[in-house]
Design a protein around this ligand. Structure first.
Ligand code: SAM
Length: 416
């Protein structure tokens, strides 16, 4: 937790405390070098690290996520959970366990919307959150029936970095250079790093750099301990291994975000900037399969939300009797959830175990399991502290314009 006399000097987080950068330097001084994953662990989750401090997802914060934009996201996740509950035979208790919920916005939206649209499901729904940086998080439950879900969790796991040299994989360690922290190659610290990239090495040029997320192993084990029977719903940005480790992306996918500004330099603003890397969804499949789950498929967030009813929500907006400004205030973030140049490009992966029934995943199964037009339309509350996309003067400015069909193409008559 943030010390009461927290101060903004990155090297002095509280009385007698070293900030993340100072601690990184001390560790390098004694060990000579540390892995990038150790650096990232310290920068994000060490004392005074990025995620240990409040206010990361707000209008002045560094980024926004789907739940922070509009309650439509949580509403449609609730619809998906209700479909899972149906496939499981409508048990009297359906556990939804969210890993990495951050401030809990998704949980609140899901529970609230479930109460609005299906009281029997809402009575069965038991929603638990587990975030490593929240002091109110106990251990996740074990052996449940229901769903383990996450949004933008896996991209926040510490990653190891590697470089291809002479056709071999070398690890990129963090060392102290004259001008500050920098990287130096060496033999890999864990053979799993090489194993992840091995099938693709022949396609990658010398000098190619990338990341490997070994935290997926213990995450998959934790999911298996938690979920006895049901579904795993994983929403994040990333690609299959073949797309992620492709010759054209020779500098990797690691990014730093500081006050909505993107940078590729992880060694500045240590502890004050977010660090994130694209998720290798092939590794998600293989780790969950090792832990006993079957991969059902993956779709985009655009198709996921469209199938569940986002277009119905958008279509309903003009008929709700709202002032024009309120329609826009809701329409813009709802659309952004699905825009292919925004959050719509995220992937939604489905895994299961212990269930014979299969959920619809692709857009071709739109509407199966429920009638989207019968769903109530979730709206932003007045003065709600969400990310104000419609009101915000973003450099691109263009994201407040356009309809679904202009942005996404259309195959239906009722285009909002
Ligand atoms: C990018 S934030 C996403 C927050 C939220 N899901 C959202 O969509 O707004 C990632 C969150 O995952 C949490 N986290 C990271 N590693 C975790 C782990 N191993 N177990 C549980 N939570 C974790 C972080 O503390 C942080 O709150």
């Amino acid at each position: 937790m943030t010390p009461p006399d927290f101060c903004d000097d990155p090297d002095l987080r509280g009385p007698g405390e070293l900030g993340p950068e100072r601690r990184v330097r001390e560790r390098i001084e004694s060990a000579g070098r540390i892995t990038f994953a150790e650096f990232m662990e310290e920068a994000l989750y060490g004392r005074g690290g990025y995620y240990t401090r409040p206010g990361r997802i707000d209008p002045e914060g560094d980024y926004f996520t789907s739940p922070s934009l509009h309650p439509a996201f949580g509403a449609l996740v609730a619809v998906q959970l209700r479909d899972f509950w149906g496939l499981l035979g409508r048990p009297g208790v359906f556990d939804a366990v969210e890993f990495g919920p951050g401030d809990g916005t998704l949980a609140r939206d899901v529970v609230r919307y479930a109460q609005q649209f299906d009281e029997t499901f809402a009575a069965a729904l038991r929603y638990t959150e587990f975030d490593r940086t929240r002091s109110d998080s106990g251990a996740p439950p074990t052996g449940v029936t229901g769903c383990v879900l996450s949004n933008e969790l896996l991209d926040a796991f510490p990653v190891h970095r590697f470089v291809i040299e002479g056709g071999s994989v070398l690890e990129l360690y963090v060392v102290a250079g004259d001008g500050g922290l920098t990287e130096a190659p060496g033999p890999v610290s864990d053979p799993a790093i090489e194993q992840r990239v091995a099938p693709l090495i022949a396609t990658l040029p010398d000098g190619y750099r990338g990341e490997v997320n070994l935290g997926l192993r213990s995450w998959a084990d934790r999911v298996a301990e938690t979920l006895e029977r049901g579904f795993v719903l994983t929403i994040d940005y990333g690609e299959t291994a073949r797309e992620l480790y492709r010759p054209g992306r020779s500098e990797g996918s690691l990014r730093a975000y500081y006050r909505h500004t993107l940078s590729q330099n992880p060694f500045q603003h240590v502890g004050d900037q977010d660090l994130t890397a694209h998720v290798d969804f092939s590794a998600v499949d293989s780790e969950l399969s090792r832990a006993g789950f079957e991969a059902l498929g993956m779709t985009t967030q655009t198709a996921f939300l469209d199938r569940l009813g986002l277009r119905s929500f958008l279509g309903n907006l003009p008929g709700l009797g709202l002032p024009a400004g309120e329609v826009e205030r809701n329409r813009v973030p709802m659309l952004w959830l699905a825009r292919p140049d925004g959050l719509g490009r995220f992937n939604v992966a489905f895994h299961t175990r212990g269930v014979d029934a299969r959920p619809p995943i692709g857009l071709d199964s739109r509407g199966s399991g429920h009638d989207p037009s019968a769903l109530p339309t979730p709206l932003l509350a007045r003065d709600e502290g969400r990310f104000d996309l419609a009101g915000r003067a973003y450099p691109d400015g263009g994201w407040s314009t356009g309809t679904w069909s202009e942005i996404l193409g259309d195959d239906e008559a009722n285009t909002p």
